[in-house]
Ligand binder design. Sequence first.
Ligand SMILES: Cc1cc2nc3c(=O)[nH]c(=O)nc-3n(C[C@H](O)[C@H](O)[C@H](O)COP(=O)(O)OP(=O)(O)OC[C@H]3O[C@@H](n4cnc5c(N)ncnc54)[C@H](O)[C@@H]3O)c2cc1C
Ligand code: SF4
Length: 481
Amino acid sequence: MAERMLQFTKVSRAMPQKRSAKERAADFREIYGEFSPDAAQAQASRCSQCGVPFCQQGCPLQNNIPDWLKLAAEGRLEEAWRVSSATNNMPEICGRICPQDRLCEGICTIEQSGHGTVTIGSVEKYITDTAWAEGWIQPIKPPRERSQSAGIIGAGPGGLAAAEQLRRKGYQVTVYDAYDRGGGLLIYGIPGFKLEKDVVERRIRHLEASGVTFRFNTRVGSDVSLGDLRSAHDTVLIATGVYAAKDLKCPGSGSEGVLPALDYLTASNKVSLGDKVEAYESGALNAEGKRVVVIGGGDTAMDCVRTAIRQGAKSVTCLYRRDRANMPGSQREVQNAEEEGVVFEWLANPEAIIDTKGGKVKAVRASRMKLGEPDASGRQSPVKTGETFDVKADMVIKALGFDPEDLPALFNEPSLTVNRWGAVRVDYATMETSLPGVYAAGDIVRGASLVVWAIKDGRDAAEAMHKAMRAAEQAAKVAAE
Ligand SMILES: Cc1cc2nc3c(=O)[nH]c(=O)nc-3n(C[C@H](O)[C@H](O)[C@H](O)COP(=O)(O)OP(=O)(O)OC[C@H]3O[C@@H](n4cnc5c(N)ncnc54)[C@H](O)[C@@H]3O)c2cc1C
Ligand code: SF4
């Protein structure tokens, strides 16, 4: 079968078809189509089957990429899906939204040799979308039911991955979430043009059909306490993500029309899901007909600018204090945003929000920056050039990142240890926190990170929770003998 592989010198790299900027700016559907079976096979056959697969090292889940690419190239899709899903609870989601250029594809050997990386993410998505379409993904039937139970706080990717892993082993699993739906940022943060909502909802339905119980609209810390959950379950996982938005510190930042990014994106996602959102209908969280300025250069900022385009904004400008090469967001997303009509003001730092006499935003005053000396992290720090300029605005969206909330206070558990940024401290060998039997995973441990890392943490935590519960079960048996 070797002749089916190493086709990179004959077959050029190709992504699935991307819809035109004009067409995609008119809706919230994903911008890429699906590979045809022939195209998926041809793209997978480009893999050079390296002895040391660097792509696998670049994937936080250590996915066995060369094996499922080979199986896909041979048309053995069900086997490819089995290999792919052995290490990843939601390959079709990672295939859509992992920043592959910084992970698996970024260190693909044929990319290094100038042939263009294997389109690993798109093939991964194709394999699992096919598995769903063919009915290969069926509700989990554990080999035996266990009486022990796990309580999981947070239905984001970290919590969901742990829930699935524990359910596979037969544990009784309850997931508690403050939102009215599962998915965390997959459902209410990331817009449909990157990840359509039914792709996320399908995963929640799958877990429900597999016997996982979801308690939505349940905020741990107010509706129920962490202590209650520790009494009700044999083990508890904290996977609450990070939601304290970093604020804009400049005069006028409290003006009407200056919004936190997540309020804006959540409202838009709810509308896409068919919910009635008053603040959207009133126009407060709707960019239609407005001049929109988004402040920030990460993935959240990219999602805001592209959402504003789809809502029919009059103009959309993104201000970022460093240059394009030094922005934290994905370059692929910047290119998509530019194609859709977003204007980027690189090396621009907001100095003040200028408002009307009535307190409504009317412009953002920005300083022109240049890159100076590298800071402690080695990144060049932006410094002011002395030049300022104004950008007219009716809506300003703050997308400056997120910090952890004060969980020891929210959970009334002062002995839950956090680091100096407020992230929950864990023993990385087990993901256990300072509270015995309580584990943590995802952004609440790492700070704002990536979906694939949350899945990895959720899986690692589930494995440690399983080991601890099995040990407790065995100890109870011995004690009873
Ligand atoms: C706008 C945006 C775009 C992004 N785009 C990408 C991307 O393209 N690719 C990528 O890999 N990553 C992206 N990320 C990052 C990614 O979404 C996160 O890293 C990931 O979702 C973290 O998963 P998690 O399970 O730790 O937390 P979350 O997904 O945040 O889920 C946490 C869940 O916990 C619940 N919760 C919180 N507190 C409580 C409580 N007290 N009681 C009960 N429930 C609670 C929340 O309601 C939520 O459902 C993006 C993030 C944002 C904000
Ligand atoms: S999970 Fe993400 S990093 Fe890993 S192979 Fe898939 S797309 Fe690449």
